[in-house]
Structures are given as structure tokens and as C-alpha cells.
Design a protein around this ligand. Structure first.
Ligand code: GLN
Length: 190
């Protein structure tokens, strides 16, 4: 990647991928939509956005992308937010569903309950104060020994890093603050 800034793909099958594209642009990164295998081959890192993980899984199967995404993630960095965090987890609960198994975390879907399922909170994190927008968010119930917890909310990890991968159970793309996107971009040398 020497000399050339990495191209960050944003998985654009479903969900709020456009907001991630805008956030990446605002952070000064080069980005492009990933809708199929050819697009994936062109990018150096990938963001999997929030949305509905079950729908995204169906579309991944439909476009033959599931195995390709897993292969991609074995070599290149992925940042999953909300549904994206569910998709890159090792284990998914409530209900169980398949996942890319790229980060050693167990996540429980829609875990904050129906009455209070969406909220905006200010978090003190290892990377400074963050605004976290939760929308029908999962809770990370377990983190493996290689997982670094960067932020917590109500005693559960909400921003985690493992090697080159990152996951957030909230939506950094919906806040003006670019700290979380910048952290991912820095970690990939963008
Ligand atoms: N509840 C969604 C799911 O289970 C995730 C919500 C989100 O991405 N905002 O996939």
C-alpha cells in the first residue's frame, strides 16, 4: 500500500451504507460501494454497515458473497457496525444465525429490549468522549482474550478491536464526530 492511500469498501447490500460513505469521505478517505465479488476485489478494507443482519445474510447468500467476505476478512481489515458487528462475530444469539466468525465475540441481537431499544448516549472511552447512537443494538456478551475493549456502556463492550478488525454495536456514521472512523482509518494506514 506504500504511496497509495487504501481504498475502503462499504458493503452496500442493505442498511445505512450511504452514511458510512459520507463519514469516510468527511474523514478524508477514498471509499467505494461493494455490491459484488468484483467490487470486493478492488478494496483494501471493508465497512459492514448497520441495517438488518438477517436480510444482509440473505443477500450475501444470494450474491454468493458470504464465503468471499470471510476470505476477505482473513486477509484484510473489516469494521462492522451494529448489524455489521453481528455479522463479523464468532457467535450470534437470540436467535442464533450464521456469521463470518472473524472476531472472537458473542453477540446477542436486539438485546436492549423493545421499550428502550434506541438511544443516544455520551461515552467515556479509551479513545476519548464519544457520542454513541444505538438502534435496536446487539449486546456483546463475551469477548475472547485477543479482543481489546475500547468502550463500554452499561458494563458491556460496545467498541472492540481484534487485530485488524473492529466492531461497534452503535452507529458512529450517524454522529458528526469522526473519532471512530478515524481510528479504523489510522489502523489501516489510510
Ligand atoms: N437489530 C439489527 C439486527 O439484528 C441490527 C440493528 C442495526 O444495525 N441498527 O441485525
Amino acid at each position: 500500500m506504500a504511496g497509495k492511500s487504501p481504498l475502503v469498501g462499504v458493503l452496500a447490500l442493505q442498511g445505512d451504507f450511504e452514511k458510512h460513505q459520507l463519514a469516510l469521505e468527511r474523514a478524508g478517505a477514498s471509499q467505494s460501494e461493494v455490491r459484488g465479488v468484483e467490487d470486493l476485489a478492488k478494496v483494501d478494507a471493508l465497512v459492514i454497515p448497520g441495517g438488518e443482519s438477517t436480510t444482509m445474510l440473505r443477500l450475501m447468500d444470494y450474491f454468493d458473497l458470504f464465503d468471499q467476505l470471510r476470505e476477505f476478512g482473513l486477509k484484510k481489515p473489516i469494521f462492522g457496525t451494529c448489524a455489521g458487528a453481528i455479522l463479523i462475530a464468532r457467535e450470534v444469539l437470540s436467535p442464533a444465525q450464521k456469521s463470518l466468525d472473524l472476531m472472537d465475540i458473542t453477540v446477542e441481537r436486539n438485546a436492549y429490549g423493545r421499550q428502550v431499544d434506541s438511544r443516544i448516549v455520551a461515552l467515556d472511552s479509551k479513545i476519548g468522549e464519544l457520542e454513541a447512537v444505538f438502534i435496536r443494538a446487539p449486546i456483546i456478551r463475551r469477548t475472547g482474550p485477543e479482543v481489546e475493549v475500547l468502550a463500554t456502556y452499561l458494563d458491556s463492550a460496545v467498541l472492540v478491536k481484534q487485530g485488524m478488525h473492529m466492531a461497534a454495536t452503535f452507529h458512529p456514521e450517524l454522529s458528526d464526530d469522526l473519532t471512530v472512523h478515524r481510528l479504523f482509518l489510522e489502523s489501516i494506514g489510510a
